[in-house]
Design a protein around this ligand. Structure first.
Ligand SMILES: *Cc1c(COP(=O)(O)O)cnc(C)c1O
Length: 386
């Protein structure tokens, strides 16, 4: 059972996100420890998982780069003082203003997802009198054993350049003067716990590098994306993702060329476990067949259960020792999918008590919406409550 500063939290207006910034720092130092044997490993934080300014500052202080998927994320990264040379930028639909912003910011590299995009970057860079460093995002047709909505590396997905187009695109680049090919980029999906999926990616990258080598093309950077998952079932027993297993898989299987740098883009694994959505019980209602705990947070505050049928552990942090009863925990939104959990056992709930919806630091606050004209959830860190 985790420890929440319940006295402090119960004075705040709910719902809000609570971030255990000590756990975030511990996670970041674990990443540092797990990678220190390999100075050519570079970890970027995937800003889309959570762009909370306080978390971004802590992550930047730990020395990670930033992986952005929009102009807005590049702005958020810059506001948090991430150095431009540590910023990578992916996305299937980069708008002209976003490309211009990235060029003016002087980011490290564009992860380019189509021939059409490459031509536009070349034109805009010419106009800006700059040369854009580019990694080609290749769709490796490697499946990830995760939820269908969060696989990205299958041939059927919209992401990346088909493997069969890699060499033709590189040939076309020879006549472009404002883009410079520096590497290849991949990202196969999210919430991946089976190291076999990352092994399959390594094998694919090795094949493609072999193909390039036959053409005497040597690239200085390989970026294997992110996707390492966390344990949503046991957020206390397994506080930290298995970073050792993850990085060792790449160290063991990926055949890098001399001097080649290896980049990672981790989002969920960095921030998921440090965040909880704190919500208040509004009503306990006896339905025809079951009992509902109706809370003041809804799918507008945390959409993962409604969107991906995702599981989040829920705790009654006001009365952890009360006798347990069975509840559906539901929000106030006018949608039947606004359900956080069905038929779970919780210490008996009463109006006014606080529940913690755990492992909500990634793809939680950042995906909040104002549907039903609701207010966006607030946030507080452990640092601020000291
Ligand atoms: C979403 C995303 C990531 C991060 O994925 P996680 O599963 O949160 O680690 C990394 N790279 C790209 C290109 C992404 O779109």
């Amino acid at each position: 059972m985790s420890s929440f500063p319940i006295d402090r939290l119960s004075k705040l207006e709910t719902p809000f996100y609570y971030y255990d910034t000590d756990l975030l720092r511990q996670t970041l130092s674990e990443i540092r420890r797990a990678t220190q044997r390999w100075p050519h490993f570079h970890v970027h934080y995937a800003v889309k998982a959570n762009a909370n300014a306080r978390l971004l500052s802590i992550i930047r202080e730990a020395g990670l780069g930033a992986d952005c998927v929009s102009g807005g994320e590049i702005e958020a990264a810059r506001q948090a003082l991430f150095p431009p040379q540590g910023i990578v930028y992916a996305g299937v639909g980069k708008a002209d203003w976003e490309i211009r912003l990235a060029l003016q910011t002087g980011i490290f590299c564009f992860n380019v997802e189509s021939m059409a995009e490459l031509e536009v970057i070349d034109q805009i860079a010419a106009h800006e009198q700059r040369v854009a460093s580019v990694c080609l995002r290749i769709n490796p047709d490697v499946g990830a054993h995760t939820h269908a909505n969060i696989t990205t590396g299958l041939a059927e997905n919209k992401f990346g350049i088909a493997m069969s187009d890699m060499l033709p695109v590189i040939d076309r680049m020879r006549s472009m003067h404002h883009v410079k090919l520096v590497g290849l980029h991949f990202h196969i999906g999210s919430q991946i716990l089976d190291m076999g999926d990352f092994e399959a990616l390594c094998n694919r990258v090795n094949e493609l590098q072999h193909l390039l080598e036959q053409r005497h093309i040597v690239l200085s950077h390989i970026n294997v994306g992110g996707g390492l998952g966390v344990d949503y079932q046991h957020p206390d027993r397994v506080l930290l993702p298995d970073f050792d297993a993850y990085f060792r898989t790449y160290a063991r299987l990926l055949r890098l060329r001399p001097g080649q740098q290896l980049h990672f883009e981790l989002g969920r694994a960095v921030v998921a476990q440090c965040g909880s959505l704190i919500t208040r019980v509004l009503y306990v209602k006896q339905g025809a067949h079951k009992q509902f705990a109706i809370v003041d947070a809804g799918m507008t505050d945390l959409i993962r259960p409604a969107l991906y049928q995702a599981y989040h552990k829920i705790e009654n942090i006001s009365a952890p020792e009360a006798p347990r009863e069975t509840y559906d925990v539901v929000g106030p939104i006018c949608e039947s999918s606004d359900v956080f959990a069905k038929q779970i056992d919780l210490p008996r709930c009463q109006r006014g008590q606080l529940l913690a919806i755990r492992s909500a630091g990634a793809y939680g606050e950042i995906m909040a919406s104002q549907y039903n004209c609701r207010r966006l959830p607030g946030s507080v860190t452990a640092d601020e409550l000291r």
